[in-house]
Design a protein around this ligand. Structure first.
Ligand SMILES: [Zn+2]
Ligand SMILES: [Zn+2]
Length: 142
C-alpha cells in the first residue's frame, strides 16, 4: 500500500469545491452509466454526451497511468504489457472527485487514477478509432 500522495490530498480538496466541479463538467463529459460486460470482458461507459465507450479489461489495465506503471516525468511505460494476466478484471471501480475513476484490479493493483479525459482517449469504439486516425494520433494515450 503506497503512502498517501499529494495527488490524493488534492483530490479531497477538489471534492469540496463546487466551482471546480462545475468547470470540470463543462470541460469534459462525465460517465452517466458504468457497466461491466463479464461475457466479453469489457467495461462499458455511457457518457453524459450520449457516447458509449467500450474498453477491454486487459487493455485498460495495461494503460494504467499511475507512477508505478508510467514514469511521472518521462512518460516512459514501466509496466510490461505482456505481464498483465489475460484474465485481469476490475474488482472495484470508484469515482474520484468529479474528474476520474479509480480501478482496483484482480492483480491487486489499485493506484491508477483514470481521468475522464484519459478514458475518452482510450475508447475502443469504431467512431473514436476513426477520429483518432483522421487526427493522425496514435491509437490510444492521454
Ligand atoms: Zn498502475
Ligand atoms: Zn468511442
Amino acid at each position: 500500500m503506497a503512502a498517501a500522495s499529494p495527488l490524493r490530498a488534492l483530490t479531497a480538496e477538489h471534492r469540496t469545491s463546487r466551482l471546480v466541479y462545475a468547470m470540470a463538467r463543462r470541460a469534459m463529459p462525465t460517465p452517466s452509466r458504468i457497466a461491466e460486460d463479464a461475457a466479453s470482458r469489457e467495461l462499458v461507459i455511457t457518457w453524459s454526451d450520449g457516447h458509449d465507450s467500450r474498453y477491454s479489461y486487459r487493455l485498460l489495465r495495461q494503460r494504467c497511468p499511475c507512477a508505478m506503471c508510467v514514469h511521472e516525468w518521462t512518460g516512459e511505460h514501466l509496466l510490461d504489457p505482456s505481464r498483465v494476466p489475460a484474465g485481469i478484471h476490475p474488482t472495484q471501480i470508484a469515482q474520484v472527485g468529479a474528474y476520474a475513476l479509480r480501478f482496483t484490479w484482480s492483480d491487486g493493483h489499485s493506484t491508477g487514477i483514470y481521468t475522464f479525459a484519459l478514458l475518452r482517449s482510450l475508447c475502443e469504439c469504431d467512431a473514436c478509432a476513426r477520429e483518432r486516425a483522421a487526427a493522425g494520433r496514435p491509437s490510444a494515450g492521454p
